[in-house]
Design a protein around this ligand. Structure first.
Ligand SMILES: NC(=O)C1=CN([C@@H]2O[C@H](COP(=O)(O)OP(=O)(O)OC[C@H]3O[C@@H](n4cnc5c(N)ncnc54)[C@H](OP(=O)(O)O)[C@@H]3O)[C@@H](O)[C@H]2O)C=CC1
Ligand SMILES: CC(C)CCC[C@@H](C)[C@H]1CC=C2C3=C(CC[C@@]21C)[C@@]1(C)CC[C@H](O)C(C)(C)[C@@H]1CC3
Length: 607
């Protein structure tokens, strides 16, 4: 400790470093020195970024971008280097915690009181770019730094843990540390600067998608209505203009949405907490989706019992789709207008390009709410998702009617049951959606509004629609193989999603204590064993296997029922790459380390 002492001070008052002057200090901005890792006696190579005369603290940066603030006595000149000169902060910390394994030494370290502030890598760049002045301002103003001003070496230790977590001993200490970890994650998130990269082909891409997506749905709906839906039979017949519109169809769609609104606002079911927002706040969500689904099923069964003819949905598919499209456009316009009044911290990162088309498409506001009514959460989980099952059921009835069957075909039953299971599972585990990309990162705009209200109910039902007028017999072995495939996919999908969700909600969950994790500078860890150690997106793998099981019952005569499979591969590959860049931005070198440890993205040894 303090090996360098106060001797040998440079008398470098007023030295010019770029555009800023450093006061009289021992180490200068840009110096490569050895910084002591909090809570340990290990020193690692760091670069001096800044000295704050007021607090007498040096801001230093590790090789992986982690910034700390250290006292002078915790810094040695590079000549005194003894250990691990090029370690990342994560590895450094791992070494530090391993070192502090014995309780007595650990206690001693807890008493150790040197000031340290952890700053996420995003800020590092900002501080490097902006120079010292800005940095000083940031320190003064940001709540993240204010909270971290407390001396809590154990806080830093808790985050860095490459050992199996059940080896840690004292559960209480760990729980406390995890709480701190969560607090820091909030702070890091609050401090994250807006991202500037635009996905989906940027501004020009947005125009393209705004035109292409509705046109594509129209194309699919017209195509599946053709007697011969093969690609060669192109273009499909263009219907008369008046057949696009049906006021009754619009009325049904509006009624359905209002019915779902009613179920959503009923004070039934759990209130779940979302992930911390950049402001540190955690929104509450009424997670009664499964209840809404059960009530909807009962209501539909009662309506059928009363003589309602659900095959209307089959015969008015186009009009229903057009009505939903109109509602999605209205909703997106409302979302765009209201986002103009939203505070900066309520906007999604990268959701404010300034370009009307892009912002309208991608959505600006992260969690648009009318009082407690969360529009994004509601739309993603209710009308379209439950509507998907309703439409499938109606299509099974239409198949019986069209083909004169007493019961739906085996293929139709499989498609119906498989997709019903998928939706029911999503609603049963509704809380898990709060840790998905859409809820945590994406703004709510046309893409999701259209996706939820039009894309899901009117294109995810194409397999069932296809089967209505195309009998596809299945042999018992084929049936058994398809069911097995679906169950395997479902198992992988559910287990991996639940594992990540449970870990994000409670990193010290005893049931996850056998899993290995990589610490990151934000305070959150990444799972590197279990499902998330097999590939980087095991949930996508399970989802893709299920998608395959949904298409197989429709046979190989046409490409149309395989549309979902093809679309889904493209969607998930793109989603994976979006997520990779986002995680790279968030976690820096810890993410690279994760990618090195888990080299495959979705399919082990293939991709
Ligand atoms: N049927 C459909 O149309 C669609 C279905 N889906 C399904 O929805 C589900 C959710 O998908 P999606 O939101 O895309 O992505 P994920 O649920 O996979 O969420 C990705 C996030 O998980 C966290 N994460 C990534 N790796 C790790 C790790 N090793 N340890 C801990 N956390 C990690 C990161 O967020 P952080 O670190 O910030 O927590 C990352 O941003 C999937 O099952 C997918 O298949 C998705 C799209 C469409
Ligand atoms: C129109 C665009 C090209 C694409 C829009 C994509 C959306 C349709 C999907 C984005 C993520 C989704 C999820 C589900 C449905 C499709 C959308 C909205 C999901 C609710 C399906 C049920 C699952 O169990 C789930 C994991 C909850 C899904 C979450 C993501």
């Amino acid at each position: 400790m303090g090996l360098c002492g106060q001797a040998g001070r440079h008398s470098s008052a007023g030295t010019e470093l770029g555009s800023t002057k450093m006061p009289t200090v021992k180490y200068q901005r840009g110096d490569m020195v050895m910084g002591r890792w909090p809570g340990s006696s290990l020193y690692y190579e760091v670069k001096v970024l800044h000295f704050d005369a007021k607090s007498q603290l040096y801001t230093v940066i590790y090789k992986d971008g982690t910034e700390l603030e250290l006292k002078e006595q915790d810094i040695k000149s590079a000549a005194a280097r003894t250990t691990r000169p090029s370690c990342t902060a994560a590895a450094v910390a791992a070494a530090a915690i391993t070192e502090s394994a014995s309780p007595s030494r650990r206690d001693a370290k807890l008493k150790d009181s040197f000031e340290v502030r952890l700053i996420p890598p995003e800020q590092t760049k900002a501080s490097e770019n902006n120079g010292n002045k800005k940095h000083e301002k940031k320190e003064d103003n940001e709540p993240a730094n204010k909270v971290n001003e407390k001396s809590e070496p154990e806080k830093n230790q808790s985050r860095y843990n490459l050992r199996r977590r059940k080896d840690d001993g004292d559960g209480k200490a760990e729980a406390k540390a995890e709480q701190l970890e969560e607090k820091e994650a909030k702070m890091a998130a609050a401090a994250a600067p807006p991202s500037v990269s635009l996905d989906f082909g940027g501004k020009l891409g947005a125009y393209f998608w705004l035109l292409f997506l509705p046109a594509w749905v129209l194309f699919l709906v017209l195509k599946v209505n053709q007697e011969d839906p093969s690609l060669a039979n192109f273009p499909p017949l263009w219907p008369l203009l008046e057949s696009f519109w049906d006021a009754k169809a619009l009325g049904f769609v509006v009624l359905w949405i209002l019915f779902q609104v009613l179920l959503y606002i009923l004070p039934v079911g759990k209130l779940s907490e979302g992930m911390p927002l950049r402001s540190g706040e955690r929104l509450k969500y009424r997670t009664n989706g499964f209840f809404a689904m059960v009530v909807s099923c009962v209501a539909v069964a009662a309506a059928v019992q009363q003589g309602a003819d659900l095959t209307y949905i089959h015969s008015h598919f186009l009009q229903l789709a057009v009505s939903s499209f109109l509602i999605s456009v209205l909703l997106s316009s409302y979302l765009y207008v209201r986002s103009g009044r939203a505070a900066a911290e309520q906007l999604a990162l990268g959701g404010s390009s300034g370009n009307v088309a892009y912002d309208f498409f991608k959505g600006r506001e992260l969690n648009p709410r009318i009082k407690y009514f969360d529009l994004k959460f509601f739309c993603e989980m209710r009308p379209g998702l439950i509507g998907w099952c309703l439409i499938n059921f109606a299509l099974a009835l239409a198949e019986m009617k069209r083909q004169g069957l007493e019961a739906p075909s085996h293929a139709m039953i499989l498609v119906n049951l498989f997709q019903l299971l998928y939706v029911a599972d999503g609603l049963w585990n509704e809380e898990a959606i709060l840790t998905t990309m859409d809820l945590m990162h994406d703004g709510f705009g046309f893409m999701l509004a259209f996706g939820d209200l039009v894309w899901v109910p009117f294109t995810y039902t194409l397999q069932a629609y296809y089967l209505v007028s195309r009998p596809t017999p299945l042999s018992p072995p084929a049936l058994a193989a398809i069911v097995t495939l679906k169950l395997v996919g479902f198992y992988i999908f559910r287990k991996s999603n639940s594992e990540k969700n449970a870990f994000r909600r409670n990193p010290s969950d005893p049931q996850l204590s056998h899993l290995k994790t990589i610490p990151t500078a934000t305070g959150r860890s990444l799972l590197v064993s279990g499902w998330w150690g097999v590939v980087r997106h095991p949930n996508y793998l399970g989802d893709l296997l299920m998608a395959l099981a949904w298409s197989l019952p429709c046979g190989f005569s046409h490409l149309l029922p395989w549309y979902y499979m093809i679309y889904f591969i493209i969607l998930l590959v793109h989603r994976d790459s979006r997520d990779m860049s986002e995680c790279r931005r968030k976690y820096g070198s810890a993410w690279d380390e994760y990618c090195r440890t888990v080299p495959y993205r979705i399919i082990p040894r293939v991709y």
